[in-house]
Design a protein around this ligand. Structure first.
Ligand code: HEC
Length: 174
C-alpha cells in the first residue's frame, strides 16, 4: 500500500496544480480568450463589427431619423424615427418674417423694393424672395465688390446672416 501512496499523492497534486493554473474563460468559452460581450449582447472578438448606437439612441438599431409628420414641408417618407426636425408650412412664413425680412430690409430694400426693383426683383414679397433664394445666396456669397456681388457698394452680409439665408433655403418652403 505504501508504494502506491506516493504516486497517488503526486498525481493528485499534479491535477490540483493544473486546476489552479487554469485561466478564466472569455464569453465564448475560450480560455484566456479576448472575446467580449458588446452592447448588443453579442459575444465575439472582432472589434470592427462592434455594436453601434443608431441615430435614435438604440444599440444596434437601424432607425432612419427624420421628420415623420406627413403634413410637414420636410416630411421624409423613409424616416422611421421622428427627430423633432419637422417644419410646418406656417413655420416657413414666420421664419421668413422674423429672420429673413430684417436682413433684406436693412441691406437690400433701397434697391429692391417699392418703385426701385433692380434686376426686376422686389424683395418685400415672400414669394419673390422664396423663388429667388438660390440666386440671392449666389450673389451674397460672392467676393465683396466682385461682379454681381450683393449688396453692391456695401460690405458683405455677416456669416450669421448668410447662414440664416441658407437655413431658409434648406427648409424647402413652398
Ligand atoms: C445699391 C443697390 C442694390 C442693393 C443695396 C442690392 N442690390 Fe441686388 N441688384 C442691384 C442691381 C442694380 C441689380 C441688377 C444687376 C445685376 O443683376 O447684378 C441687382 C440684382 C440682384 C439679383 C439678381 C436678380 C435676377 O433675378 O437676376 C439678386 C438676387 C439681388 N440683386 C439680390 C440682392 C440682395 C439679397 C441684396 C441685399 C443683401 C441686394 N440685392 C442689394 C442693386 C442692388
Amino acid at each position: 500500500m505504501r508504494r502506491y501512496l506516493l504516486p497517488i499523492l503526486f498525481v493528485s497534486l499534479l491535477y490540483w496544480s493544473c486546476e489552479e493554473s487554469t485561466l478564466p474563460e472569455d464569453c465564448s468559452g475560450v480560455e484566456d480568450g479576448s472575446a467580449l460581450v458588446d452592447s448588443c449582447g453579442i459575444c465575439d472578438d472582432d472589434p470592427s463589427n462592434d455594436c453601434l448606437l443608431d441615430c435614435s439612441g438604440e444599440w444596434g438599431g437601424m432607425n432612419i431619423c427624420g421628420c415623420t409628420e406627413n403634413t410637414a414641408t420636410n416630411y421624409d417618407s423613409t424616416a422611421t424615427f421622428d427627430d423633432g426636425s419637422c417644419i410646418s408650412g406656417l413655420t416657413c412664413e414666420s421664419y421668413y418674417n422674423e429672420n429673413i425680412s430684417p436682413i433684406f430690409s436693412n441691406n437690400c430694400y433701397t434697391c429692391h423694393s417699392g418703385s426701385t426693383t433692380s434686376g426686376g426683383l422686389n424683395l418685400t414679397l415672400y414669394i419673390n424672395s422664396l423663388n429667388a433664394m438660390e440666386t440671392i445666396l449666389d450673389r451674397v456669397t460672392r467676393e465683396e465688390g466682385s461682379g454681381g456681388f450683393m449688396p453692391p457698394g456695401s460690405s458683405k452680409l455677416t456669416q450669421s446672416e448668410i447662414s440664416t439665408l441658407l437655413t431658409f433655403l434648406e427648409m424647402d418652403c413652398e
